[in-house]
Design a protein around this ligand. Sequence first.
Ligand SMILES: C[S@@+](CC[C@H](N)C(=O)[O-])C[C@H]1O[C@@H](n2cnc3c(N)ncnc32)[C@H](O)[C@@H]1O
Length: 232
Amino acid sequence: MSKRFRVGSVIVAILFLSLAVVGQQKERSGSRGGGSIGGKGYREAAGYVVKRLGLRRNSVVVDIGAGDGWWSSKIAEKLGPKGVIHAGEVDQKKVDTIKEKWEAVPQIKPYLCPTDGTGLKENSCDLAFISKTYHHFDKDTHVDYLRHLKKVVKPSGRVVIIERHADLASGRGKKHAWQPGLLGQQAEQAGWMLLRCELIPGSDHFMATLVKPEAFAEKLSRRLTRRAQKVI
Ligand SMILES: C[S@@+](CC[C@H](N)C(=O)[O-])C[C@H]1O[C@@H](n2cnc3c(N)ncnc32)[C@H](O)[C@@H]1O
């Protein structure tokens, strides 16, 4: 084998290996959520998301699967000093992390929650916020969980669910994603109305807002009556 041929073979092998490593890294970053399409993109749009939550100052929120409490901290800014965010986690280590990390934000109340519910009282929350946790709920328990939230959330309250859109996920990322259509069906089965479902700008995550149809219909009818009275 000539020296030139051997050098050429080595270069080709190095190029091949580099491409394989880059491919693997791309795949991993997509599934972990580090890529620009979605990765942490949904966090970069936090201002947009928090605005769309429709929160008032002093509201009570439950952040289900709060993780490191990052979303709880963003929501706390909106609620003001008298608001409350129950930051629920099934992992004690994460509860401890939230306590430590957000010690200076007293509105955040970290707690160990059960896997099949919030453990909170009926009619106690204005919003149930579930970011990238819905797909973690035990198989075939999603409708029951949403039924539970119907009790915990006040009549005029909402549920907001953020998940990676299953059609936009690839590789292992598919396991950490959800179909908006399926969520809509499950919400309806549990007695919620899907008010809106939208892609979060700049990410491959969607945000679904659920309301109680009875309370929403009443509010809408009052608003329409007021408008009609103004016209007359
Ligand atoms: C992917 S992380 C999302 C963290 C955070 N919400 C976010 O968007 O960055 C999912 C979290 O949900 C928690 N989790 C899983 N199942 C849960 C359940 N049934 N109830 C509450 N938390 C749960 C996990 O411990 C984990 O911290």
